[in-house]
Design a protein around this ligand. Structure first.
Ligand SMILES: [Zn+2]
Ligand SMILES: [Zn+2]
Length: 260
């Protein structure tokens, strides 16, 4: 509550003071209420744009080559070139490549959990800032015309109050200057949480769960599907099937990916 009051005072004072005094005011406010790490809440000495402390930043690991050229799965070895993994060779996915930025472990896992289940919506910004630079080249090469966030069922949306994929999609849309479609792709069937299910059960669980409100708008479109975590890929594969049936070509980006 104190912080909220301070934020209001800060906004009011900024409107009243001239530009040259704004820097001094910010320094004074930082002294009064030192900025905290978005993840572990440790005081920040030098708050950068991401607003994470050095310890939290050090525990964030990106997904490096070599990876599966199809689904983006990182290989255990650190040598060799990108190539399709065994699963993608046997069962080619319905999307063009998928790419994930971060390994879903340690601090990244904690931050995504806090974001989704702890309602710490402000974490979307540091997560997107950590992920986006690792996805820039992939997105530029695919050149999508539209971003579609993976939708939540309306019941889940009411429970959580927000769709994390839409919140991320908004930030990515701004960064990459690609229009965002929030409600064309819809989750029309309730599905049980995937966490405890096997890969086969996950695929069954989401079958027929998605549909398009305006399929005709997506014919021949290059679509970028956005989600927070890629686990077995069953959700994005099912979305991509629906999009392919409408004539769209889909690539997938996620913040993070589970690593075997
Ligand atoms: Zn921290
Ligand atoms: Zn693969």
């Amino acid at each position: 509550m104190e912080k909220r009051k301070a934020a209001v005072v800060d906004r009011c004072c900024r409107a009243l003071i001239p530009d040259f005094a704004a820097g001094a005011w910010t320094s004074f406010l930082n002294l009064l209420l030192p900025p905290l790490c978005h993840s572990c809440r440790a005081p920040l000495q030098a708050p950068g744009e991401i607003r994470l402390c050095p310890d939290c930043l050090a525990s964030v690991a990106g997904i490096g080559d070599p990876i599966c050229s199809c689904c983006g799965r990182p290989f255990a070895t650190f040598a060799g070139i990108d190539h399709p993994c065994g699963e993608c060779t046997l069962y080619p996915p319905p999307f063009l490549p998928a790419r994930s930025a971060l390994r879903y472990e340690k601090r990244v896992r904690e931050m995504i959990h806090s974001f989704k289940y702890g309602y710490r919506v402000m974490l979307r910004r540091p997560l997107a800032l950590l992920a986006a630079p690792r996805l820039d080249d992939f997105v530029a090469e695919f050149a999508p015309e539209l971003i579609l966030p993976v939708p939540l069922h309306v019941k889940r949306l009411r429970q959580r109050g927000f769709n994390q994929a839409i919140l991320l999609g908004e930030l990515f849309s701004r960064r990459w200057q690609i229009p965002l479609s929030r409600d064309n792709l819809r989750r029309v069937r309730w599905t049980e949480p995937q966490v405890t299910l096997s890969a086969a059960e996950r695929a069954d669980n989401v079958r027929g769960a998605f549909s398009l409100a305006r399929a005709e708008l997506l014919e021949w479109k290059r679509v970028l599907l956005v989600d927070d975590v890629y686990t077995t890929g069953s959700t994005v594969k099912e979305c991509s099937r629906v999009l392919a049936a409408a004539g769209a070509v889909t690539a997938v980006v996620t913040l993070a990916r589970g690593v075997d």
